[in-house]
Design a protein around this ligand. Structure first.
Ligand code: ACO
Length: 334
């Protein structure tokens, strides 16, 4: 079965409640209709009920009648959420009036719903920037225990099935954290391995990518990757991880034999962790555009509950896939 179809099928069994703060955004509404129709998740839409209901009629989206619609200006739990906000941000000096103002923003309301157990995960970003989607999540949901940094993984599906796992390779970080320290890079590697296992059901083989393979170059940037590899192995001895490796040594068996003989990962990596966001973001877009791979994501990892950010150019099917992935993350706890 095709990968995305399998992910959707797995999500169907979980019945997770996914909140969509951009409830009146047309692609989001169409995706919600499809998700409800296929039984992928339960949907909570935030927006003015009369507007969403009128759009659903106009767009022939019959399943929207099964969504829960939350009016951000008239929700019974608002006062409780404001109390929670003031408590969570008391070290930052958040005042009640400021919280009351922030909660009017559906992107804040969504994360408070998740924090209070009223939703399992969130998908947003069709109409908002990455920063605006992520900031509320960073501030109120925060990172998972043992993780200090959120990062974004891309599931790359390449037409050449000889790469990775039947053409599937997971790239990180391609979306969030511009310049990780060696410790943060190790966390990103461990989080990406866990994402690979929980969402794709495949055993991760993690390559820590550099412009050097096993000491071929000396530079502080190479040192960072060597340190991150050591730290990641200490953090998660159960995960197969190796570095530092160049992309060709990580992916191609014949090259790995000369550049990294004896490496358990070289030549067969299915996860590639890049040294910075600069490299990770450029790499995924090159592979997508010039290499004609499909890029699914970013799948945000390391948060205490899943919040996923869409590109503003996303399609309806991108939103449906990300809702399914969010449900699986909510179940897996990563
Ligand atoms: N993980 C966890 N928490 C974080 C992270 C992170 N990676 N980054 C910031 N935070 C926390 C901070 O600790 C802070 O928490 P606090 O308020 O409790 O102290 C809060 O989030 C805000 O921190 P700022 O440093 O003020 O972060 P800011 O909001 O300015 O920026 C952002 C965060 C927007 C994610 C920034 O890192 C960014 O712009 N990253 C790049 C995003 C991007 O443009 N990606 C490429 C495009 S996406 C694509 O191509 C698909």
């Amino acid at each position: 079965m095709e990968l995305i179809a399998r992910i959707k099928q797995n999500a169907c069994r979980l019945n997770k409640k996914i909140v969509l703060p951009e409830g009146a955004e047309p692609r989001t509404l169409e995706a919600a209709n499809e998700v409800i129709g296929e039984g992928i998740a339960e949907i909570i839409l935030i927006g003015k009920p009369e507007k969403i209901e009128a759009m659903a009629v106009e767009m022939n989206l019959d399943n929207i009648s099964d969504a829960v619609i939350i009016d951000p200006d008239n929700h019974e739990k608002i006062d409780h959420y404001i109390d929670m906000m003031v408590e969570i941000r008391k070290s930052k000096g958040l005042k009640r009036e400021e919280a009351a103002n922030l909660i009017k923003n559906p992107l804040y309301l969504s994360v408070l719903m998740i924090k209070n157990g009223d939703a399992d995960g969130e998908v947003a970003g069709a109409a908002n920037s990455t920063g605006d989607v992520l900031r509320p999540a960073f501030q109120y949901i925060k990172t998972a225990p043992g993780i200090s940094v959120v990062s974004g993984a891309f599931i790359m599906i390449h037409p050449d099935k000889s790469f990775g796992d039947n053409g599937v390779i997971v790239f990180a970080d391609g979306a969030v954290h511009p310049d990780p320290t060696d410790f943060q890079l190790a966390e990103i590697a461990v989080a990406t391995a866990r994402t690979t296992k929980s969402i794709l059901g495949i055993e991760p083989r993690v390559a820590m990518i550099s412009f050097s393979t096993k000491g071929s170059a000396k530079h502080p940037m190479v040192e960072k990757v060597i340190n991150a590899t050591r730290i990641a192995k200490e953090m998660a001895p159960d995960i197969e991880i190796d570095g530092e490796l160049q992309v060709d040594a990580a992916l191609i068996e014949a090259i790995s034999l000369s550049k990294a003989p004896g490496s358990p990962i070289a030549g067969k990596a299915n996860v590639m962790v890049f040294p910075s966001l600069d490299v990770g973001n450029v790499a995924y877009k090159l592979v997508q555009r010039l290499g004609k791979a499909e890029a699914v994501g970013p799948v945000l990892q390391g948060m205490a509950a899943p919040v996923n950010d869409l590109s503003r150019g996303c399609s309806v099917s991108d939103i449906v896939s990300l809702i399914a992935i969010t449900s699986i993350q909510a179940e897996a706890g990563d």
